[in-house]
Design a protein around this ligand. Structure first.
Ligand code: FAD
Length: 448
């Protein structure tokens, strides 16, 4: 049988996309390498903003089915020496990943999506030079499945995207150690009841945070760092020395990786879409990717629905996904990624000054980022930041090299944002657009 849509990967992204396509009446198959009893168990607790259940029409978390773990509203972000906390208010729900992925699987199946578990993609299948399905292995047997369109939701390994031939239309790069965050979660018990958490706190200098977990007397102490888990542990040691954490004892560790790099310039090729972690759609501030991918998939599902109805699913027919996504979220993410990549080169004392003077880390900006509103970077706000930086340089609190780094981050971020906002409406002009994007990203470099 040939399906309308074949989705590789059936965790949060795959299930969301499967539901969106199946509810439009298309036949949808979802392949996942994991067995049903293991799917979504790469780690336990994840967070989502409560309003995102409504925004994306997602099934609610519930205590009855084991998906809900805890909730909180207040989030603090503090300087390297724990000063000048910025408060953001957004109701956050903590959930158990495996249970919630199973719930999303059922939610997609309700509309007719068919899941094949324990089915590991081996390679794409081509017909007349265009992708037409995939080969996969299940129970030791090699099989083939075909569809009009293949959607890669297989996570950061991008099982299909990275196997596409050069020049097919979507970049086939794999992620190196500087393109991802190595995340280590310490699940801890807090010794003293007065330390039990009512909200979370993050220290972006170390890329560390403390947040509640399902045990109300416990917490998660997390860190994300590029390079390696070993490097993350080195930074964690400095964090422990610099910040007085509540007394605690370790319950257990969880480790994982999440993309921290630019997305492929095009998400679409003939009969193909990449999304979710497979398309590196994570948030620049924290590497979270579940709902930022849904922003992309809402657009992709509408465009693909129209294309399937017309019977035309070539690159040009799916191109609107690129164009609309960049306007909706992509351009803003590029701005943030460029600024943060440059700002992290600053020293601890310089970060203190940033926090003290609302440079980058200001409550209005952080609340806008956390609630997904437009980032309030008006000329007035930018001018105020530049003035404060100049004062810091004059008083020798900020070095000239940091000034240059942050300044170039803001300039490059603005240039990237404008470039992504002027993404070509059709594949014409894309090559020229890529050349300029390449030169801007080269100047941004990789997160340290
Ligand atoms: C420790 C940690 C904590 C995080 N916390 C949060 C958080 O709180 N909130 C948040 O939004 N984000 C968080 N993230 C990021 C988030 O986990 C990812 O962005 C998100 O899970 C991506 O979803 P996905 O469906 O695109 O990919 P995945 O969840 O990786 O799912 C991919 C699916 O594809 C399947 N697959 C892989 N290869 C193949 C293959 N060859 N054949 C068939 N199937 C295959 C896998 O079995 C899997 O089920 C965290 C990341 C880490 C590492």
């Amino acid at each position: 049988m040939q399906y309308d849509v074949l989705i590789t990967g059936g965790a949060t992204s795959g299930s969301f996309f499967a539901r969106r396509m199946a509810e439009q009446g298309f036949s949808v198959a979802v392949l996942d390498a994991s067995k049903e009893e293991k799917i979504g168990s790469k780690y336990d607790i994840f967070h989502m903003c409560a309003r995102d259940f409504d925004t994306f029409g997602l099934p609610e978390a519930s205590k009855d089915d084991g998906t809900w773990a805890f909730e909180f509203t207040e989030g603090l972000t503090a300087s390297p020496y724990n000063n000048y906390p910025k408060t953001t208010y957004d109701k956050i729900v903590g959930m158990h990943m495996h249970e919630y992925v199973l719930k999303m699987n059922r939610w997609a199946k309700e509309k007719g999506a068919e899941y094949i578990y324990g089915a590991s993609v081996i390679s794409p299948v081509f017909e007349n030079g265009r992708i037409a399905g995939v080969k996969y292995k299940k129970d030791g047997e090699e099989k083939e499945i075909r569809a009009r369109v293949i959607v890669d939701c297989s996570g950061m390994g991008g099982a299909v995207r990275t196997s596409l031939p050069d020049g097919y239309g979507v970049e086939n790069f794999t992620l190196g150690s500087n393109d991802m965050f190595y995340v280590i979660l310490r699940y801890v018990s807090l010794k003293n009841s007065e330390d039990y958490l009512k909200g979370s706190c993050g220290w972006p200098f170390y890329k560390t945070w403390i947040a509640p977990q399902h045990d109300p007397c416990g917490a998660i102490l997390g860190i994300g760092a590029c390079n390696s888990f070993g490097y993350a542990e080195e930074i964690y040691k400095d964090f422990e020395k610099s910040i007085s954490l509540p007394e605690h004892s370790i319950q257990y560790f969880e480790k994982g990786t999440t993309p921290y790099c630019r997305c492929p310039y095009s998400f679409v090729a003939d009969n193909f879409i990449a999304t979710g972690d497979a398309a590196c759609l994570t948030k620049p501030l924290n590497g979270e990717g579940i709902t930022s991918s849904m922003v992309h998939m809402e657009i992709a599902a509408k465009v693909l629905g129209k294309a399937l109805k017309k019977g035309r699913t070539r690159k040009a027919d799916l191109w609107e996904i690129n164009f609309l996504y960049n306007k909706a979220q992509g351009a803003d993410f590029c701005f943030l990624r460029a600024v943060l990549t440059k700002a992290v080169t600053a020293k601890k004392e310089e970060w203190e000054y940033f926090f003290e003077n609302d440079i980058i880390f200001s409550e209005p900006l952080m609340n806008a980022v956390s609630t997904g509103e437009e980032i309030p970077l008006t000329p007035d706000v930018l001018g105020g930041m530049i003035k404060n930086i100049a004062r810091g340089v004059k008083n020798k609190v900020i070095s000239v090299s940091t000034l240059k780094a942050v300044g170039s981050g803001v300039l490059l971020g603005t240039a990237l944002k404008n470039h992504y906002l002027s993404f070509p409406e059709t594949p014409d002009g894309f090559e020229k657009w890529c050349k300029k994007a390449d030169s801007l990203w080269l100047k941004v470099g990789k997160m340290q």
